[in-house]
Design a protein around this ligand. Structure first.
Ligand SMILES: [Zn+2]
Ligand SMILES: [Zn+2]
Length: 327
């Protein structure tokens, strides 16, 4: 019995490590070696344009960033979230396909078979555009909620508690936020795939399994890893109204109250522009990261995982005490 448990834990650990490592060779993941390489090339461009005296390698890998306490929280949370993915998310990915199937069924029953189905090229183009835009819009809405609703902020705070940024900070999110993000993408994937499956007379399955998502590929290729880094890659002003540049995301992490709740877009800056939460790189000088002046309550994996629950317990006890005081 005990031996079975030990074996189970061992296999789980093995799977966690292999899932974490697979991110470096999975073309859908931001930290695939190819995208890390293109990010280094873009970092070299920023380095050449700056007046930095140190060597490029020293510029790229400062110890105080890569070996900071904050970075170790990122690394450990990255591995911990792989475990969460295996146990709590992996088994439910299939729901995306169920939702697609039932959406297609619902449309067929309600409207009948479409008189004219759209061709494979049109399907490829529109499916990619609609999926990308809707995913990004809902990412923005959920991100806005995470910043504006105190309950959700307690979880999202963990991402903002990083005091230095490196590409793995992308994965420094509370498991609760990870689950919300996955529910969002499973729902949108299912609904959009079902809709296009219906419109294209079932040609979508060929595309889905090809994993075609050109926008995402370009986004990853164009230095997405630099968003969480000290490399200040800025886009030309006009482009920063459409796409969030790496430096604009760094502004999102700034601990200056002037920058709170700004640049919440994922790929597109359009939502921020439309809702007045956009800050352009040009208007910002030096920034530092973190949620507070004192970030010591976020310097370990456990502290970050427990932080929201600590706050909730504190608030509830305070409420009870207040009630008792007035009675
Ligand atoms: Zn945020
Ligand atoms: Zn971030």
């Amino acid at each position: 019995m005990l031996l079975d448990y030990i074996k189970e834990i061992y296999y789980l650990l093995e799977e966690t490590i292999s899932l974490s490592l697979s991110y470096f060779v999975n073309t859908n993941k931001r930290i695939h070696v190819l995208y890390l390489l293109t990010s280094i090339i873009l970092a070299f461009y920023v380095y050449k344009k700056s007046s930095i005296k140190s060597s490029f390698i020293k510029y790229l890998f400062p110890k105080k960033i890569w070996l900071s306490k904050s970075a170790f929280v990122d690394y450990s949370l990255f591995c911990f979230n792989s475990l969460v993915k295996i146990v709590l998310i992996g088994p439910y990915i299939i729901f995306g396909f169920y939702i697609a199937f039932y959406t297609d069924e619902f449309l067929t029953v309600t409207f009948g078979f479409p008189k004219e189905s759209i061709g494979i090229t049109q399907t490829l183009v529109f499916y990619t555009i609609v999926l990308t835009v809707l995913n990004d819009l809902f990412s923005y809405i959920i991100h806005l909620g995470m910043h504006k609703l105190p309950f959700l902020w307690e979880f999202h705070k963990i991402h903002h508690s990083a005091t230095s940024l490196n590409p793995l900070t992308q994965y420094r999110i509370h498991p609760f936020e990870l689950i919300i993000n996955n529910i969002r993408s499973i729902l949108i994937f299912g609904l959009v795939t079902g809709l296009f499956d219906y419109l294209s007379a079932h040609q979508i399955d060929k595309l889905v399994f090809l994993g075609v998502n050109i926008f995402h590929f370009i986004f990853l290729l164009l230095g997405a890893n630099l968003r969480h880094s000290h490399v200040k890659l800025k886009y030309p002003k006009f482009l920063e109204y459409i796409f969030i540049s790496p430096f604009q995301h760094q502004i999102h992490h700034s601990n200056n109250p002037k920058h709170f709740n700004k640049n919440m877009g994922s790929k597109f800056a359009l939502w921020d522009w439309m809702l007045g939460t956009l800050v352009l790189s040009k208007s910002v000088g030096r920034i530092s990261f973190g949620v507070d002046k004192d970030n010591s309550q976020f310097d370990s994996l456990l502290k970050n995982l427990l932080s929201p629950f600590k706050t909730f317990t504190y608030s509830i006890t305070r409420m009870i005490k207040k009630k008792k005081h007035f009675n």
